[in-house]
Write a protein that binds this ligand. Structure first.
Ligand SMILES: *Cc1c(COP(=O)(O)O)cnc(C)c1O
Length: 435
């Protein structure tokens, strides 16, 4: 299986090259050239399969011969070494909790899978080491740093905006040490991202073999399919797998697009709901047919503050760019901060469930969906509420318990380098090139 570029002006590549390139040379996103549905038997017996087996069956066609079976199985089982529980909220309504990984962020799975794939490729080539360079507005940095920690042959450099990430997020980025480096930028996230882009185009840094680990990378995007397969398996064991509707809190739409890819492989899902905060480019598109990104609006669900979601083009591609076809299995709604806070209160009062602002938006999406009544609704809870401690405690008038792993982290000492601009980044990368 090869990957094509959605801009159509770059050569087809295999999985390995798609992972190293991140983006195709024509700036297009990579997309699988062919998608082969899994056999019916797979879905009929899914409740008897291990997560590793499910992951292997789902991912093998996308990896092709880039990684042999044994190594791929090992990567998958290592990636999935924590739980993805389905928590009952109301009758036929579940929260799919994706925050039980090492950084309590749902991005852990994508970051861990990508790290292990790169480590495999590096172990086979024995050429010089590569550097993963990434800009973060908060959650991505921690998941990437943790995912790549101790990965042989890989140096990690993370840029984050000084004073603009939460204390927990900053500690997650800055306390790991070893092969991870945190660069604190006097500026905002856009400034960080600008510098990263510049470094990728700088011939003076070509020998550093820079790799991006952002969410458009196929190795971060595709393993997210497994959330949907594992949730389906779980629902099937409970006898609730008929007519499943997923509601996904969306920012860059990678997670949602992964779910829809799982459906292309044959996963029986009745409908997908993409729930957004006030950054409503896609909800507006589903009504007007016009894709018009606005200015990004800051919200309390800040990991979803994206006005031009990179992965939406992949969703359109899955539906042959036909909006009527898309609408049959996809709806998208936007919710304000006020509605989000009300949903958090409602969930807590009615069901005793503590949701973070992102999960609450997923819940709202499910409530708004007006499908036939007899369905099982699953909303994705993408962050542990402790990561949004102030917001959650204020709206629920409750104190949250700090999980042991977070307390341990808060007691650690931050290690970072402050950089003022691009020249500082470049000299850091050059000075750090002995590895
Ligand atoms: C990244 C993120 C999202 C959005 O996921 P996308 O795949 O970008 O749509 C939602 N919630 C949390 C907590 C996140 O970190």
């Amino acid at each position: 299986m090869k990957y094509i570029s959605l801009n159509d002006k770059a050569p087809k590549v295999g999985f390995r090259e798609a992972v190293f390139n991140g983006l195709a040379p024509d700036r297009g996103l990579y997309f699988p050239e062919t998608i082969m549905p899994l056999p019916n038997l797979f879905f009929e017996t899914i409740q008897d399969l291990t997560p590793e087996e499910i992951g292997y069956q789902a991912l093998k066609q996308f990896v092709g011969d880039a990684i042999p079976e044994m190594a791929l199985r090992e990567i998958i089982s290592d990636t999935l070494s924590f739980d993805f529980p389905l928590v009952a909220i109301e009758k036929r309504t579940y929260a799919l909790e994706l925050f039980h990984g090492p950084t309590l962020a749902f991005k852990d799975v994508g970051a861990r899978f990508m790290a292990r794939c790169l480590a495999y490729f590096n172990s086979k080539t024995k050429i010089s080491n590569s550097t993963v360079l990434v800009a973060t507005s908060g959650d991505t940095g921690g998941a990437v740093a943790n995912g790549f920690l101790d990965t042989p042959g890989i140096e990690v450099v993370i840029l984050y905006p000084s004073g603009k990430v939460s204390e927990i997020q900053e500690k997650q980025l800055t306390t790991l040490g070893k092969n991870t480096n945190a660069l604190e930028v006097k500026g905002d996230f856009d400034a960080c991202q600008e510098m990263v882009k510049k470094a990728f185009l700088d011939p003076g840094l070509a020998h550093r073999k820079l790799t991006s680990a952002n969410s458009i990378n196929v190795a971060r995007w595709l393993p997210q399919m497994l959330y949907f397969f594992l949730a389906y398996k779980n629902l099937k064991s409970k006898g609730e797998a008929s007519n499943v509707v997923f509601s996904i809190p969306c920012g860059n739409f990678g997670n949602c697009c992964a779910g829809m890819m799982a459906a292309q492989l044959g996963l029986p899902v009745s409908h997908f709901i993409a729930a957004t905060n006030s950054n409503d480019t896609v909800p507006r598109f589903t009504v007007s047919g016009k894709y018009e990104p606005g200015v990004t609006i800051p919200t309390i669900s800040n990991a979803m503050d994206v006005s031009n979601p990179s992965n939406f083009i992949r969703i359109l591609k899955l539906y042959e760019n036909k909006i009527q076809l898309l609408q049959q299995s996809f709806s998208s709604y936007s919710f304000s901060d006020t509605e989000t806070l009300q949903a958090m209160q409602e969930l807590y009062k009615k069901s005793g469930y503590i949701a973070d602002p992102h999960g609450a938006i997923g819940y709202l999406g499910l409530k708004k969906y007006n499908g036939d009544n007899d369905y099982t609704g699953v909303f994705l809870e993408t962050a542990h509420p402790i990561k949004f401690k102030e917001t959650v405690e204020a709206i629920l008038s409750e104190k949250l318990e700090v999980p042991a792993q977070i307390q341990e982290l808060l007691d650690k000492k931050k290690q970072s380098h402050t950089i003022a601009g691009y020249e500082d980044l470049k000299s850091f990368l050059l000075g750090n090139s002995n590895g």
